[in-house]
Design a protein around this ligand. Sequence first.
Ligand code: N2P
Length: 362
Amino acid sequence: MKYRLTTALIALAAAGAVQAQDNVLHVYNWSDYIAEDTLEKFTAETGIEVTYDVYDSNEVLEAKMLAGSSGYDVVVPTSDFLQRQIAAGVYAELDYDQLPNAANMDADLMAGAAAYDADNAHAVIYMWGTTGIGYNVNAIAERLGEDYEVDSWSLVFDPEISAKLADCGISMLDAPTEILPAAMNYLGLNPNSTDKADFEAGAALLESVRDNVRYFHSSQYISDLANGDTCVAVGWSGDVFQALYRAEEAENGVEIGYVIPKEGALQWFDMLAIPADAPNPDLAHTFINFIMDAQITADITNYVWYANGNAASMPLVDEEITSDPGIFPTEAAKAGLWASVPYDARTDRTVTRLWTRVKTGQ
Ligand code: N2P
């Protein structure tokens, strides 16, 4: 009898555990990419607990998505990666009946995102930004002169200029599909070329400045820039502004700037999507709808300094952010921005091989 009771209790406890698990949402997002209180507010409003993991590379996310059974309910691929992952059957179609806040989204930006995902069937915009240059104003002035204007990729891609900055520390994103095209563009080549020779030329340019680069990493640079441990970072717009803000808060005398170089830069969209094998697609929809609330998205932009795709949130975004041309590029700067295209398998192999060579010298 006692045995039976225990079994029944175990069965009950197990059922309880399953139920508890049912109410846990698993989110996988970029690091430094959400407001301090977003998850807390979500749980308070919905009763849904969140486990939240972070990454700093599309390649890492892609490997997990292609392997399947990641256990994640919501992930945030960049649009070009999203496109080929959709083709690989990785994402579920969104159920817009569960996403009434989609009405808040900016129609033009969503139309832009639809170039990667017809009718926005699988994803909505989370945040967007550019891949440009963050720099320490005083460190550059000391090395290149008070009148030196930071407005060109030559700061990092010209071997003579970057050599003068090697001592204070240059970092670049570990993002081959962003850095190689930036190098190609600087050489006057099409950043969206899939011609192997163009990638070879971009890689050769990077190798010519390789000795001046302290490291390739896609999240470490925020604190390094903020603390003055590095003086130049090829990085993502909002991340550089986060560094700027952290330095201001620390009152450590570090002044940071962000520039979309005059030769042009990559503009990207990061997209909220639900893996086809997500354990809890309903909770995922609840979360995505919550994020598309005007105030919630505005809170995120105000905290992470990235532009968003939510028109209704704009009046709630700090003026300091909406008026900053590094976050919301001017019309003139917009003309120089390019959007990336997904690579086919062959181009992908070329990029992977060249990137290893650039980073390791082999
Ligand atoms: C946040 C980086 C997100 C931008 N740290 C990369 N698409």
